[in-house]
Ligand binder design. Structure first.
Ligand code: ADP
Ligand code: MG
Length: 425
């Protein structure tokens, strides 16, 4: 029996080559090929599988997937739809031959909030139309990533905040010295670039920018480094590209250095942004041999990108660390300036309490501030929340109307926290 083009199966090796060639051509037109992972093409347990991660999965993307499936395959039924799992099964050419339906090509999309995936699978080989469909789905998934720097950044593990929500400087109590330094060294240059450039033109033999390109935020966990970066980006109305170094190192293991390079490029394409590299302590080295290799590669990309940033005058990089002493000296030297976030002093602790326990009197807050010496703003907030939750439980049990917790509850929560977190020796 001779088969027509519609049912003829393509040998696995030829199919694989075809897909890879189509994808290579697609990547040629891509600004950040490192944001676009290669598909997995395999023959397993008698089935052909083409699988690839998706950068995201929203209704719009799903709708265009469905459109593609309908153009390439006749008679498709929805096998599952919802709760992060969408599956489509081809019914084949003959609707009345329903036996072995599950041997027909199947297309699945899955993922709830992370780890989105697409998989095209079929018992035996694929037809030309099915191969085309796989390639089209892949291109559709990554075309947004290809053109839109924000989508590319997200695909590489960065978050992008384009507004700071409710956050203003008033949210951070105290820290007047830190706020002043940030105003002088970051906000003024970003909002008045002409003044800085004019001065540099008057003073330099060869023009180069005198504006800061990279700044280090240094201080214990919970002292407001991340929050301040968000407030500051909102103030100068540029997007904040948030890059948790620790998590891109572990999540994108093996690919993290390419991703970091891609993040710098995509941030540049935003035409002005604050690139916030959080927890760069992750680059302080590790005993694990493999991790060390990955760390080394990420570090060298970072050094190179921080050097090359001259041309990228619109990107300001901020690195945050709570272990500056453990960082590579070459890395520290790339930062123009370091801003130290101390733990709050007694007056500042009282001011932080005024944000989270506004109903207490000044004396009550001052008394409490005395007990919580050495704690960060985050811990103070946690203690206040603990007091509120305990109080809420008590009101519920007693069937009482809502009221704010009395001061004694805060003192008790503070003591519990200190007791629970005391370093035992
Ligand atoms: N000075 C402060 N005033 C008010 N809240 C603070 C202050 N410092 C820290 N916090 C609280 O602690 C939380 C954690 O701070 P964060 O910016 O994540 O610290 P870091 O990045 O230094 O670890 C903030 O969201 C805020 O709620
Ligand atoms: Mg932080």
């Amino acid at each position: 029996m001779t088969q027509n083009a519609e049912t003829q199966l393509i040998p696995f090796d030829r199919m694989k080559e075809q897909v890879e060639r189509a994808i290579a051509a697609f990547l040629e037109q891509t600004r950040s090929p490192e944001a676009v992972p290669a598909p997995r093409i395999a023959f397993e347990k008698g089935s052909t599988i083409i699988a690839f991660p998706l950068p995201f999965l929203n209704e719009a993307l799903l709708a265009s997937f469905i459109g593609l499936i309908k153009t390439h395959l006749a008679n498709v039924r929805i096998h599952a739809f919802g709760d992060g799992y969408y599956a489509f099964q081809s019914l084949g050419g003959n609707l009345f031959r329903t036996e072995n339906i599950l041997d027909n090509v199947k297309i699945e999309f899955s993922g709830l909030t992370t780890s989105f995936k697409a998989e095209i699978s079929k018992k035996g080989g694929l037809t030309q139309e099915e191969v085309n469909l796989a390639v089209e789905l892949y291109k559709e998934a990554y075309s947004a990533v290809k053109d839109d720097p924000i989508a590319r950044l997200r695909a590489m593990g960065a978050s992008v905040y384009t507004d700071n929500g409710e956050l203003t400087w008033a949210y951070i109590a105290g820290y007047d010295e830190v706020k002043k330094k940030i105003r002088e060294s970051i906000i003024l240059p970003l909002t008045n670039p002409e003044m800085y450039n004019s001065i540099a033109r008057l003073t330099r033999k060869t023009f180069e920018t005198n504006r800061p390109k990279a700044i280090l935020f240094e201080g214990s966990p919970g002292v407001g480094k991340t929050t301040v970066a968000r407030i500051l980006a909102g103030e100068v109305s540029v997007p904040l590209v948030y890059v948790p170094i620790e998590s891109i190192m572990s999540k994108w293991y093996g690919q993290s250095s390419q991703n970091l390079a891609g993040i710098f490029d995509a941030a540049e394409d935003l035409g002005g942004s604050i690139l916030f590299l959080d927890e760069i302590d992750a680059l302080a080295g590790s005993r694990d041999q493999n991790m060390f290799e990955a760390t080394r590669r990420v570090l060298s990309v970072l050094l190179r990108k921080l050097d090359g940033i001259d041309s990228v005058v619109s990107t300001v990089t901020i690195g945050a660390t709570n272990r500056k002493g453990d960082l590579d000296h070459a890395l520290i030297s790339r930062f123009d300036q370091s801003i130290y976030f101390p733990l709050p002093n007694e007056r500042e602790r009282a001011a932080i309490l005024a944000n989270y326990a506004a109903h207490l009197s000044d004396e009550e807050r001052a008394g409490l501030a005395g007990i919580i010496d050495g704690l960060s703003g985050r811990t103070i907030k946690d203690i206040c929340e603990m007091a509120e939750r305990r109080w809420a439980r008590r009101l519920i049990v007693k069937g009482m109307e809502p009221s704010p917790p009395p001061p004694e509850h805060y003192r008790q929560s503070a003591r519990t926290w200190i007791e629970d977190n005391r370093v035992r020796d």
